[in-house]
Design a protein around this ligand. Structure first.
Ligand SMILES: O=C1O[C@H](COP(=O)(O)O)[C@@H](O)[C@H](O)[C@H]1O
Length: 227
């Protein structure tokens, strides 16, 4: 299914089960990583945390890729210790940096230097998630630096943000860093998130459903969804 919003194309791939989505998305990302390595000798990938990508990360970690040529960083993280149970860094290390993918290089977002992130851009893959409040990355409604984070002319690749609904202080890639990715993927699951995405594709205030900033600024976003 393809939906059009202004200049954005939302290509939605719908799966019968979350397991099938995880397998298919992992294979597709594996293909893109292999292609980037064969064309440029290296690949870079920015991934989201939360809970949704767990199964997909486990499948991706078993893909036959020359992981020693892949650098992985985060789309966003909570400013907590790397062993904290709400750390996206920890989530990625436990679920993605395993099996074959243990050979990949990991660049934690907390403490990353702007030049180290810029060196990875444009990312071969940028994998986004979305909360039921319409946040993506750490673009939270009412975030104190939401305007700077979503400024299409923002030169910094990452920024700190605090918001009432976000819990801890956050660090997030900025909009230009996200939408410049060669492949931009949104992975969401469940009827509630599907309804939020449907709503976000209609006109309305982007600061209230911040996924709209990405939808409106990117040309194409591949969306993977399962109930
Ligand atoms: O806060 C966050 O939430 C989103 C969505 O997480 P999920 O648990 O609903 O999958 C996630 O994409 C983001 O990386 C995370 O920091």
């Amino acid at each position: 299914m393809t939906a059009m919003l202004e200049s954005t194309m939302v290509d939605m791939e719908i799966f019968d089960s979350r397991e099938s989505l995880a397998e298919n998305l992992a294979k597709s990302i594996g293909d893109s990583l292999r292609e980037a390595i064969s064309e440029r000798g290296a690949a870079s990938m920015a991934v989201s945390g939360g809970s949704t990508p767990k199964l997909m990360f486990q499948a991706l970690s078993q893909q036959d890729v020359d992981w020693s040529r892949v650098t992985i960083t985060l789309v966003d993280d909570r400013c907590v210790a790397p062993n904290h149970d709400r750390s996206n860094d920890r989530f990625v290390r436990l679920n993605l940096m395993q099996n074959w993918a243990a050979q990949a290089r990991f660049l934690p977002l907390i403490g990353a230097k702007a030049e180290d992130l810029t060196a990875l851009m444009p990312f071969s893959i940028c994998l986004l998630g979305m909360g039921t409040d319409g946040h993506t990355a750490s673009f939270f409604p009412s975030g104190d630096t939401l305007a700077q984070a979503t400024d299409p002319k923002q030169a910094a690749p990452m920024i700190h943000l605090s918001a009432k609904g976000a819990g801890e202080e956050r660090v997030t890639l900025t909009l230009p860093a996200i939408i410049s990715a060669k492949r931009l993927i949104l992975h969401i699951e469940g009827a509630e998130k599907r309804a939020v995405l449907d709503k976000a594709q209609k006109s309305g205030d982007a600061n209230k459903l911040p996924i709209r900033h990405v939808l409106r600024a990117s040309k194409t976003i591949e969306t993977y969804w399962a109930a």
